[in-house]
Design a protein around this ligand. Structure first.
Ligand code: NDP
Length: 233
């Protein structure tokens, strides 16, 4: 579970632990947040461990996805993500690379690492965090939307490659969700543009990821589930 020290990742870690999964709670720098997630999981009777590592670093991804005492990774949630917004003419190479490496390349590397064991087990779940910004225009986010559209394309193709082995690969595309990620943009009457007339919660996204990770979702693969209160409808 990448990027699970707060926000959607933290809510998903709690939900998956509630379903009996041991959760690797990954974070890059927010150690206090990650420790709190582990302790909340343990107080609820679940099992979790801290996994520090930068998903934009190939060696860290390799280490975080290797089988350990907790067994092979059979459910992978590629959630860690960043945004560095600017209008396209002003985006620097660094703004571009940071967002593509963190959001898209990490998803490829982690998925590549865990698929062989999933296919051998004839069970696996890969759930990738996309975004409504990967589906429709969001001026000022060309790098971010390219990364998330890439996640959607990657998800579909890998899903078709591994479907016969009992492994499903899906994306979840949130709209506006109340987390640290959006606190600088959530202001005024933004909710008016959303058919549901409100911002979503991390728990509402986590519930969808939980379903996609469950045995009940065994025939759902290659899809992108929007969780956006109707924003992209
Ligand atoms: P938050 O900023 O609240 O949380 C991001 C998490 O990712 C943190 O745990 C952060 O930990 C971790 N993280 C960031 N970069 C790295 C890295 N390089 N390596 C490891 N961990 C990292 O974001 P959200 O929960 O809101 O977003 C989660 C995902 O959902 C993202 O992929 C985002 O693009 C997507 N999304 C969110 C939407 C929203 O409205 N909130 C809308 C659409 C999509 P640390 O601080 O330690 O780095």
């Amino acid at each position: 579970m990448t990027g699970s020290s707060r926000g959607i990742g933290a809510a998903t870690a709690l939900a998956l632990a509630g379903d009996g999964w041991h959760v690797r709670v990954n974070y890059r720098s927010d150690e206090a947040g990650a420790k709190e997630v582990v302790s909340r999981i343990e107080s609820a009777g679940g099992s979790a461990a801290l996994w520090q590592g930068d998903v934009a670093d190939a060696d860290d991804v390799r280490r975080m996805t290797e089988p350990g005492d907790d067994g092979p990774v059979l459910v992978l949630v590629n959630n860690a993500g960043v945004r560095v917004d600017n209008l396209s003419p002003s985006l620097t190479d660094e703004d571009w690379a940071t967002v593509i490496d963190t959001n898209l390349t990490s998803t490829f590397r982690a998925t590549r690492a865990v698929l062989p064991k999933m296919m051998r087990a004839r069970f696996g779940r890969v759930i990738n965090l996309a975004s409504v910004a990967g589906i429709r225009a969001n001026p000022g986010q060309a790098n971010y939307s390219a990364s998330k559209a890439g996640v959607i394309g990657f998800t579909k193709t890998v899903a078709a490659e591994v479907a016969r082995r009992g492994v499903t690969v899906n994306a979840v595309a949130p709209g506006l969700i109340e987390t640290a990620f959006t606190e600088d943009v959530l202001e005024g009457d933004m909710a008016k543009a959303i058919p549901a007339r409100r911002i979503g919660t991390p728990e509402e996204v986590a519930a969808c990821i939980r379903f996609l990770a469950s045995p009940e979702a065994s025939y759902v693969t290659g899809t992108t589930l929007t969780v956006d209160g109707g924003l992209s409808a």
